[in-house]
Design a protein around this ligand. Structure first.
Ligand code: ITT
Length: 207
């Protein structure tokens, strides 16, 4: 079987940039939702990363009728019982530790809420999770996962990346993820690990 193009089905510009770089080596055409004339909205209402990722991949793949890659990702913080987890994108607005009004941006507000909840907490252990699904309509689907372990910083630092990057310090480093260049982040990130596993599986299948 041959796959000539794949749609990276994400609405998140930060994720898209990282995916593009990671999938470069597959040597196939990479499309994004910006290439699509018609847009659909996929509700992320499931309780696990895998279920949400499968739902996104299936709905986009069946609608556009091309192979897609979709991801559900998030941050799990040990002292918060693994919250924000699947609610990472809209943590500020959920009924857990108080509902916040958006201030500056969603990312800024999510990070502010997280730091408020961890104030004076010694256990700052956290991990990023990425579940990536490849789905080729009427053909097959497969999924992989990747983790990046670390801790939550005392205050935001760095301008690169997106989401919780300014408050996440990967294990073995003295800087936040927002102080990593794109390639450096892809080397150690949850997303980088999940995508490399996916490409291995795809190479086996496509060869
Ligand atoms: P799509 O569903 O359209 O892909 P999204 O932003 O809603 O975009 P997710 O549902 O996977 O994506 O939400 C993941 C959230 O978790 C994201 O909005 C960030 O707040 C956070 N997140 C995930 N990966 C991250 C990373 O590499 N660095 C920082 N924060 C990340």
């Amino acid at each position: 079987m041959k796959i000539e193009k794949v749609l990276i089905a994400t609405t998140n510009k930060g994720k898209l940039k990282e995916f593009r770089k990671l999938f470069q080596e597959l040597g196939i055409q990479i499309l994004s939702l910006d290439n699509m004339t018609e847009r659909i909205k996929v509700e992320e209402d499931r309780k696990t990363f895998l279920e949400n990722a499968i739902k996104k991949a299936k709905e986009y793949g069946d609608f556009y009728k091309i192979p897609v890659v979709a991801e559900d990702a998030g941050l799990e913080v040990e002292a918060l019982g693994n919250y924000p987890g699947v609610y990472s994108a809209r943590f500020y607005s959920i009924d857990f530790g108080g509902v916040y009004q958006i201030e500056k941006s969603i990312d800024y507000t999510n990070n502010k809420k997280l730091l408020d909840l961890l104030k004076n907490k010694d256990n700052r252990k956290a991990r990023f999770v990425s579940v990536v699904v490849f789905y080729s309509p009427e053909d097959f689907g497969l999924w992989t996962e990747g983790y990046c372990y670390g801790k939550i910083a005392e205050k935001p630092e760095g301008e690169k990346g997106f989401g919780y990057d300014p408050v996440f310090i990967p294990e073995g480093y003295q800087k936040t993820m927002a102080q990593f260049d794109l390639e450096e982040k892809n080397r150690i990130s949850h997303r980088g690990k999940a995508v490399r596993k996916l490409m291995e599986k795809l190479k086996d299948l496509l060869s």
